[in-house]
Design a protein around this ligand. Structure first.
Ligand code: G6P
Length: 615
């Protein structure tokens, strides 16, 4: 949510900023801007509404080219102030200070009042502009930029990742963070800042991940970091395992399409070194996991969006297979109530980005409530805030996910959760070797099964036009398939803007059946499991009310064919663990093709952002 990139370089920084903005665009795409200090130490600012492409065209059209060795840039997801050029970052105070900001300043109105009294003029409706003025105000009594920023941030309430430059200090960027991610990229040609390493991968693989409250002076050949108490600290330089090519679209039309088709490999990478022969390595969750899982009596899962849906599937598995009580709640609710957290709870956060503000805050809340809980995170991002705050960690290794609608992150989360179910069940003595072997073998089959399922893309594409002119759709499933139905409905609404609801099929008669007519297509997920006969009755109930239906079934399910019903056999002989993962694939493909039919922006759907680092 909002992307920051900046750098001090031996070369012109503008191409670096543009490339970084393009790679960060998944974080926000309603406006973008760049500011550099030109040779004569003056600010040169350019901003535009819309995608980074618009900014690029504006830059190309300019006669006097924007150029400089130091600069900061931003791609915005609006919170305060509509998407407009004057609200786009960078913001400037008195031609002296410029800032880019990711986060929200809650007390900006109070600060603004004081700054207006001091004679500052406001050119935007953002909460960010006050930061620039606050730093400028502080520079009146401070003789260096870093102490002015240190001073200014003391008056901020809220969250921030900040990049600051000043025409009075033309050799440096000040970078600081609290509640929003920020890292520093180190290279021979200069040093850089960014919200996400993928912005800088073409320049460097070496990163310093700033800790909460850190502030850094970034010079061309040196980086100095101070912690929140103002003490100079050394933070380790870490080597990224990501490759620049992983964030390129290759021969695909959309990142979402690429990421759907990458799932077999992503799952192989998630399983790699986490299983040996027929068993799960419990140490995949951390060196202490084996010892600590033995003492666990309950699991509390917290997540948002797609990650929450993965957690819903896991609730079934953890109770059914590992025999441990398990609760799940969305982070935005959990963090604001007063939950009871007993000792011996495994507090599990699931987050692709590892930066979702609500999930992170829920984790902090949980740690405050009870220090004796065991925290475990399942994320796709090494060094994320959630990863660093958790005692135990599991990285899904799905590779960067750029499409805003999550696909491979979801299925790899499910694989991680399947491994966790076994690890917990084994540690508690609730799973025997045969059960473990069966599940592990099922997991090993997944890449092949997904590859086969993906071959049905053409058939699923054919069904997409049925949704084109519809305003609503209903997804039905039972057991874990209810969670998969929720994920299918979420995908459809995210990228095709069709209102979609998912219901546990047994609940149909308690309300949603009233909605059903020929204008509401219904998608049912029908694996050949112990609930199949019940689901078949629900399918009959829907069908007799005249809607168009798609049923994704197991070959063995043998759902009775009826007029205006498409039955799409997906696979056969799936187990409790493999079935929800496999049945996710046709739903991803369906929403993808519906979005193509509707001509929406598949990778950057309106109003959404990939990583929601504000409340
Ligand atoms: C946003 C994204 C979703 C994602 C959710 C949670 O809403 O658009 O795709 O599922 O955040 O993100 P996380 O990174 O915590 O999994």
């Amino acid at each position: 949510m909002c992307g920051i990139v900046g750098g001090v370089s031996k070369k012109n920084i503008v191409p670096v900023l543009l490339d970084g903005l393009n790679r960060l665009e998944y974080r926000g795409y309603d406006s973008a801007g760049i500011i550099v200090l030109s040779e004569d130490k003056k600010f040169d600012l350019i901003r535009s509404v819309g995608k980074v492409e618009v900014l690029e065209n504006k830059l190309k059209a300019r006669k006097n080219k924007i150029k400089g060795n130091i600069g900061i840039a931003h791609t915005r997801w609006a919170t305060h102030g509509e998407p407009a050029s004057h609200n786009a970052h960078p913001h400037v105070s008195k031609n002296s200070v410029s800032v880019v900001h990711n986060g929200i300043i809650e007390n900006y109105l109070d600060l603004k009042e004081n700054q207006l009294d001091q004679g500052y003029k406001f050119l935007s409706e953002t909460d960010t502009e006050v930061i620039a003025h606050e730093i400028d105000l502080s520079m009146r009594s401070n003789n260096n930029l870093i102490s002015s920023v240190q001073n200014a941030v003391k008056s901020l309430k809220g969250s921030y990742g900040l990049g600051v430059i000043s025409s009075k200090y033309p050799d440096q960027i000040i970078a600081t963070r609290k509640g929003s991610p920020l890292l520093i990229g180190i290279s021979k040609n200069g040093n850089y800042i960014a919200s996400d390493q993928i912005a800088l991968l073409s320049l460097t693989k070496k990163f310093i991940f700033l800790e909460e409250g850190d502030i850094a002076i970034v010079l061309i050949d040196k980086v100095t970091i101070y912690d929140s108490n103002g003490n100079e600290v050394v933070r380790p330089i870490k080597s990224s395992k990501l490759k620049a090519g992983q964030v390129d679209i290759g021969s695909y039309k959309h990142f979402m399409q690429k990421e759907i088709f990458e799932q077999p490999q992503a799952i192989r990478d998630t399983l790699e070194s986490r299983i040996s022969f027929n068993s799960v390595n419990i140490s995949a969750f951390g060196d202490q996991a084996k010892k600590k899982f033995k003492d666990i009596f309950r699991v509390q899962i917290i997540a948002c969006g797609t990650s929450y849906n993965a957690g819903l599937v896991a609730k079934y598995w953890i109770e059914d297979i590992a025999k441990i009580p398990c609760n799940i709640e969305v982070a935005s609710e959990y963090r604001y109530r007063r939950p009871i957290l007993l000792d011996k709870t495994l507090f599990l956060t699931i987050s692709q980005s590892g930066e979702t503000a609500d999930t992170l805050e829920a984790l902090k809340t949980a740690i405050k409530i009870n220090k004796n809980i065991l925290t475990l995170s399942i994320t796709n991002t090494a060094e994320s805030s959630i990863t660093r705050l958790s005692e135990l960690n599991f990285l899904t290794n799905a590779g960067p996910e750029i499409g805003v609608a999550s696909t491979k992150a979801f299925t790899t989360q499910l694989v991680a959760l399947a491994l966790l179910t076994i690890a917990l069940g084994k540690s508690k003595g609730n799973i025997n070797e045969t059960q473990e072997k069966d599940i592990v073998n099922g997991l090993k089959r997944l890449p092949g099964l997904i590859t086969e399922t993906l071959q049905q893309a053409k058939q699923i594409k054919r069904l997409a036009f049925r949704f084109k002119n519809k305003n609503s759709a209903l997804f039905l499933g039972r057991g874990t398939m209810h969670a998969i139905a929720l994920e299918g409905a979420l995908k459809l609404k995210e990228i095709s803007y069709i209102h979609a609801e998912a219901y546990a099929a047994g609940e149909l008669k308690h309300g949603p059946i009233a909605l059903i007519d020929e204008n509401i297509p219904v998608v049912a997920i029908a694996p050949n499991d112990e609930l199949l006969e019940k689901l078949k009755s629900n399918i009959q109930e829907v069908k007799s009310r005249g809607s168009y239906m798609i049923v994704f079934e197991d070959f063995g399910s043998k759902v009775e064919s009826m007029p205006t019903m498409e039955i799409v056999p997906i696979t056969s002989n799936l187990g409790r663990i493999t079935a929800p993962i496999i049945f996710t694939i046709p739903l991803q493909l369906l929403s993808y093709f519906v979005a193509i039919e509707k001509g929406t922006n598949v990778d950057k759907p309106r109003n959404l952002a990939k990583s929601v680092t504000v409340e």
